[in-house]
Design a protein around this ligand. Structure first.
Ligand code: SAH
Ligand code: SF4
Length: 361
């Protein structure tokens, strides 16, 4: 096995500064190198022309600036892209780009697989799970920027990759430290400089971490509610047995930074005959009282072996109308990338299989 040099992409400012310090470099070098890595997106030390030749050579002897590898790219007929990303230990996760009128969101994974087993989600059926590191999370974003040639960081606000949704594989609040580290790098004004207002983190409801997430990151919060009664949510989102609806909603009520201008998004997957009645919609209105909320109704995205069907259009409309009549915005999301299994809850990587094949060989 070849020994690879240490990767500088994905290090925090403090970590980068510690590396340079150990090389005997002055503190201002951190700022310079940070600019090259995260503002310019440069991966070749030789091209970092504002650095002295001797410093560039010293860096190249010790380090590299690497990205994870793209092992497969698929393009949907609606232009959604899905990349299968291979990390250095050969494990894989998926990243999705959803374009929309000259802008777009990258949907980033926080784990390989997911330890939670929501019964409507394909990611939850993947057995092999590990947390992604901060460099692996930032790396997904940087790869998307590479793909669309969006370097240096645009300063005029006209970005093709304008938003991040932490809605890929995994539960971001169960990999909280790495997610914080990665998003802090991404939000840094002298680098990728994406505003917290353009980042949305989706959680299945890891109640004890929610407040800290709002304080520390201040990103938009999306909560995967999906049911209005504990007996049903216990089945659909089993983490509900530990953090039931009342606790979840009280954490939403006190989420730092949420107000009428920055509402919490409640995601509600529409499952035929399961959670989609008018009575469910009325109960949802009651539960959301006093929370600055909007609702995203997500048509269920099917996958092989899934035990559910998507609600009919008329059912979804009737559900939405009840919410609208009580003053809640409740758009029925238009599914993106379904044809390439890139839509919400369809992601899964074949890491398990790949690894098994290797073991057999
Ligand atoms: N683990 C986090 C974030 C990733 S899932 C969470 O659960 O919130 C992103 C969103 O897709 C969540 O709201 C999730 O409930 C939803 N989802 C999962 N499977 C789905 C499916 N098959 N169809 C539609 N939405 C799904
Ligand atoms: Fe995990 Fe979210 Fe899927 Fe539930 S919906 S299994 S928390 S990725």
């Amino acid at each position: 096995m070849t020994i690879r040099l240490k990767n500088l992409a994905g290090l925090s400012r403090n970590e980068l500064s510690a590396e340079l310090n150990a090389m005997g470099e002055k503190p201002f070098r951190t700022k310079q190198l940070w600019h090259w890595i995260y503002h310019q997106g440069e991966t070749n030390f030789d091209q970092m022309t504002s650095l002295s030749k001797s410093f560039r050579m010293a860096l190249a002897e010790r380090y590299e600036v690497r990205r994870p590898k793209i092992s497969d790219t698929q393009t949907s007929k609606d232009q959604t892209k899905k990349w299968l990303i291979r990390f250095e230990d050969q494990q894989e996760a998926e990243t999705v780009y959803i374009p929309e009128n000259g802008r777009g969101a990258v949907c980033i994974s926080s784990q390989v697989g997911c330890t939670l087993t929501c019964t409507f989600c394909r990611t939850g059926t993947q057995k092999l799970v590990r947390n992604l590191t901060a460099p692996e999370i930032v790396g997904q974003f940087m790869l998307a920027r590479d793909f669309y040639g969006e370097w240096p960081t645009p300063t005029d606000g006209g970005r093709l990759i304008s938003n991040i949704v932490m809605m890929g594989m995994g539960e971001p609040l169960l990999n909280y430290r790495n997610v914080v580290k990665a998003l802090t790098i991404i939000m840094d004004n002298e680098g990728i400089a994406l505003s917290k207002r353009r980042i949305t983190l989706s959680t299945s409801g890891i109640v004890p971490v929610m407040h800290q997430c709002g304080e520390e990151l201040g990103v938009n919060l999306a909560v995967s509610l999906h049911a209005v009664r504990d007996d049903l949510r216990d089945i659909l989102v089993p983490i509900n047995r530990r953090y039931p609806i009342a606790d979840l909603l009280s954490a939403c009520r006190t989420y730092p930074g949420a107000n009428n201008a920055r509402r919490i998004t409640f995601e509600y997957v529409m499952l035929k005959g399961v959670n989609d009645s008018d009575a469910d919609a009325r109960e949802l209105v009651r539960l959301l009282r006093n929370i600055p909320a909007k609702v995203n109704l997500i048509p269920f995205n099917a996958w092989e072996g899934a035990p559910y069907k998507c609600s009919s259009k008329t059912r979804m409309k009737s559900f939405a109308e009840i919410l609208n009549a009580s003053g809640y915005s409740a758009p029925i999301r238009i599914p993106r990338g379904r044809d390439i299994l890139a839509a919400c809850g369809q992601l899964k990587s074949a890491t398990e299989r790949t690894l098994n094949v290797k073991t057999v060989l």
